[in-house]
Design a protein around this ligand. Structure first.
Ligand SMILES: [Zn+2]
Length: 405
């Protein structure tokens, strides 16, 4: 029975000395087969057993049994330095109340769920689950930035309607989250960047940013070899937002129309016209296509702006190289100047960074997906009261190197 239990337990080098069955609990008394241990101070092997020290730890279930191991972590006495020491066991950390593989099983669940549910489903407290997350992050963290060449910087707000931003740093080639800063403050972001070391920062060749103006000087200061590229999707957003502003203005103006019949007709045409106007034309549904025709008919200015918005998007789809893109963009700015005053002025200020895109084709498009995942974590995030916990919980989705996670 004991050899069979040892086989089921499947911890190499460990034997089962005894076992006790208590309802659906199985307690296995285990210890290492080898009869020596290595002194942590002088690295000498000692065969001189000093005393036995049992403690209970939780392990993976065997069949229907919840398994507790009574692990004998033996103390040996070192002949060289004369001091007693406890043996190292590779399946369990010091003072841990769970085996490493049990912690891995729990943390894998956390990646796909949230701390509170995982705790509940496994008869653990939230604090115990957190402690396993922290323990394994220290042990199995692999944030390798040696291949980082293209960096994306973006931000998300975690509470709706709040301006407390978290800054998201992404490896754009691997499409991985590689850092989070607790705010948009330069010193907070700089701290994360500096922690990567000069060697990593010096090899970054491109940084993709939004048009907020918050990151440009910081990137120039900290990442000196990089070309700054204005993210294409943020540029598009700028144009779309101005377009929508005009749509809202026109919609409001309907109320002033003295002709009630005409007023109702216009109202009907504006209803649900937002996405028909803003979405790329080729991805409209049949219903939205009809809506687009309807709104274009009643509003000449929106019809014109729609055409200009599509032309703008087209430049990014079709420009062959930097020169071609720059020429087309300049021509667009001239034509759209009147309708898109704010956008044209911002594009003018960022012309270099925006046209860099036509050479590099770097976008932070992938960041969107990462941001959505972060928001999901936040929403399901029972217990993320502090930023450090949140950061750890997010980064572990990409960098916790668990066996077959
Ligand atoms: Zn020693």
């Amino acid at each position: 029975m004991k050899p069979l239990l040892a086989q089921l337990l499947n911890l190499p080098g460990i034997e089962v000395e005894d076992y006790h069955e208590l309802g659906d609990e199985l307690i296995l008394e285990v210890e290492a087969i080898r009869d020596f241990a290595t002194c942590p101070r002088c690295r000498q092997e000692s065969h001189h057993l000093h005393q036995n020290r049992g403690h209970l730890v939780r392990d993976l279930n065997i069949s229907i049994f919840q398994v507790l191991l009574r692990v004998n972590r033996r103390q040996f006495k070192c002949k060289t330095c004369g001091k007693p020491f406890s043996e190292e066991l590779d399946f369990i950390g010091r003072r841990r109340r769970h085996t490493d593989r049990f912690a891995e099983m729990i943390v894998k669940q956390v990646i796909h769920s949230d701390i509170h549910n995982v705790a509940k489903n496994n008869d653990l407290t939230d604090a115990e689950v957190w402690s396993m997350v922290k323990y394994l992050s220290k042990k199995k963290w692999t944030l390798d930035l040696s291949d980082l060449r293209r960096l994306g910087i973006d931000e998300i707000t975690l509470r709706k309607g709040q301006s407390d931003y978290v800054v998201v740093l992404v490896d754009l080639d691997k499409n991985e989250l590689i850092g989070l800063a607790p705010s948009r403050k330069h010193e907070d972001i700089e701290e994360v960047l500096k922690s990567w070391g000069d060697e990593v920062l010096n090899q970054i060749i491109e940084v993709s940013i939004d048009l907020s103006g918050n990151y440009k000087s910081l990137v120039k200061k900290c990442i000196q070899n990089a070309e700054i590229v204005a993210d294409r999707f943020h540029v598009m957003k700028l144009v779309n937002e101005e377009f929508n502003k005009v749509r809202n203005r026109e919609k409001k103006a309907i109320e002033k129309n003295p002709n009630t019949v005409e007023k109702e007709r216009l109202k009907e045409a504006f209803k649900q016209s937002k996405y028909a106007l803003l979405k790329p034309e080729e991805s409209l549904t049949e219903k939205q296509k009809l809506k687009l025709e309807e709104i274009k008919e009643v509003s000449p200015i929106l019809a014109e702006m729609h055409q200009q918005k599509e032309a703008f998007r087209n430049i990014f789809e079709t420009a062959k190289d930097w020169r071609d893109g720059a020429v087309k963009l300049l021509a667009w700015m001239k034509k759209a100047q009147e309708n898109f005053q704010d956008s044209v002025s911002t594009i003018g200020r960022w012309f270099g960074e925006i046209t860099n895109y036509f050479d590099s084709r770097t976008t932070s498009g992938a960041v969107e997906g990462i941001n959505n995942r972060l928001k999901l974590i936040k929403r399901s995030g029972y217990g993320f009261r502090n930023f450090e916990n949140f950061r750890l919980r997010c980064l572990m989705c990409w960098h916790l190197n668990l066996s077959s996670a």
